[in-house]
Ligand binder design. Structure first.
Ligand code: PBG
Length: 332
């Protein structure tokens, strides 16, 4: 009995009293199938190379990548997104290694497909920054600006080469105007109507990509502000969404995830295709670093960050913790 008669009449705490009850009423659940593992594969190394700013993440050799893919299948996650890291000497202004049928990403796609077949959705990052010596996501014009339409031609070729190498899904991440339409066309032209396009629809210029630069050995000159979105803007993401859907995107993505949950919620509300979110390198690094200092509970922070992204509307999440989290979920 309350000292104030029947006050308070409403007691939301009743449903929080015990774990079984909390579990019963939980609106958001994480499942291994929600998760996609981004993975880096580096050309010409005999051992995996640790990425300093992403403790626990490595640049795989072709061999350890195969193992990571098998482990991902056992953990029950649904996909893997591959990034190629070519030898420095192979980087050039046009990103030629990105369209070489024997380029590192294409080799890795064939490796992973031969290892796991269709048990994992095999996706490829479709962008030039890993392969260009200037580090931009496209080719440059005479004034050094990223040339949108010349880049589209490179993307079309990349899509075809990645499809040939075994990608089930290509993920264009360069934010060039018209990239989804051109890539869809390029795939259809070679009879690959079956290959799906996961569009990086809302991709913001972000300081949180920092550790990724180390991960792919990129030496970006300048920044990406003329093609990636301004963090100040929300409405243009809906415009990007409308364009990507009109151009044939099968799935759409918001990136980064944590600092852009409002964008994710808006996109999830209006998209009629599956929506993904990418918990990027800096989001990973922040939690790992704070945990290493003993400032936060690592595992709890990871689960909370992923639950927040799911709650905001992501059907699937790309996260560097995908396999680890799936294994934890499987243990219950
Ligand atoms: C571009 C690309 C980037 C990331 C994924 N694809 C880098 C960028 O846009 O600067 C970042 C992923 C991460 O930070 O985890 N190919």
């Amino acid at each position: 009995m309350s000292a104030y008669g029947s006050f308070p009449g409403a007691r939301p705490r009743r449903l929080r009293t015990m774990p079984a009850l909390r579990r019963m009423v939980a609106e958001t659940r994480l499942h291994p199938a929600d998760l996609i593992l981004p993975a880096f594969v580096r050309e010409g190394v005999a051992e995996p190379v640790p990425i300093g700013a992403m403790p626990g993440v490595v640049q795989h050799t072709r061999d350890t990548l195969r193992k990571a893919a098998v482990e991902a299948v056992s953990a029950g996650i649904s996909g893997i997104m591959l990034f190629g890291v070519p030898e420095d000497a192979k980087k050039d202004a046009l990103g030629t290694a990105g369209t070489d049928p024997d380029g590192i990403l294409q080799q890795a796609l064939r490796d992973v497909r031969s290892e796991v077949g269709d048990e994992l959705v095999v996706m490829s990052d479709l962008c030039l920054d890993e392969y260009t010596d200037h580090g931009h996501c496209g080719v440059l014009d005479a004034e050094g600006r990223v040339d949108n339409d010349a880049t589209l031609e490179r993307y079309a070729e990349m899509a075809q080469v990645q499809a040939d190498a075994g990608a089930h899904v290509v993920g264009p991440s360069g934010m060039m105007d018209g990239q989804i339409g051109v890539i869809r066309d390029a795939l259809d032209t070679i009879g690959r109507e079956d290959v799906a396009v996961l569009a990086y629809t809302a991709k913001y210029t972000s300081a949180f990509y920092g550790p990724f630069r180390e991960a792919v050995g990129s030496s970006l000159r300048g920044d990406r502000k003329t093609y990636q979105q301004d963090p100040a803007n929300a409405r243009e993401s809906l415009r990007e969404l409308a364009l990507d859907l009109a151009e044939g995107a099968d799935m759409v993505m918001v990136k980064p995830a944590g600092p852009y949950l409002d964008i994710l919620a808006k996109v999830a509300e209006s998209a009629d295709v599956p929506v993904a979110a990418y918990q990027i390198s800096g989001e990973y690094a922040m939690i790992e670093a704070a945990a290493e200092k003993g400032w936060i509970d690592r595992d709890a922070a990871i689960m909370e960050s992923l639950t927040g992204i799911r709650r905001a509307g992501a059907r699937m999440i790309l996260t560097y913790w995908a396999t680890e989290v799936a294994q934890r979920l499987n243990r219950g």
